[in-house]
Design a protein around this ligand. Sequence first.
Ligand code: HEC
Length: 110
Amino acid sequence: MMKFLFILLSLTIFSLTSDAAIYKGQRVFVKKCLKCHKDGQNFVAKYKKKTWKKWMKDKGKPLAELHLKNKKARKSWNYFSSKKYTKKSKHLKQFLIEYAKDSGNIPACN
Ligand code: HEC
């Protein structure tokens, strides 16, 4: 019983740290964005924190709309209108801001 509680507690602490959120955001990016934005991390580093924040406000609504309006991005429409996207948008935002142009960070290759 104690062991179980301990595991539960450490999982909670882990998921509360922002590192975990950035990692989750990176996973979303690799899985969902990379197939179209192939220059990956360079793509993230192309824009400043402020720009990403603007696109990711309101649970990422502006970014979703930008794609939904663009026929070239048709294959992403399902994703951008899904709950999955809004639910994870917080993590994605953290990742994008962490590696924005003016952040000085370079993501590890994992
Ligand atoms: C199905 C392909 C597709 C997917 C998936 C996709 N995008 Fe895009 N995205 C586009 C297209 C097409 C544009 C319009 C730019 C253009 O016309 O070249 C665009 C534009 C953008 C822009 C505006 C800046 C620019 O280069 O014009 C950002 C920022 C962006 N996407 C981020 C993302 C993020 C973050 C994800 C993952 C959550 C994502 N995209 C997923 C196709 C996609």
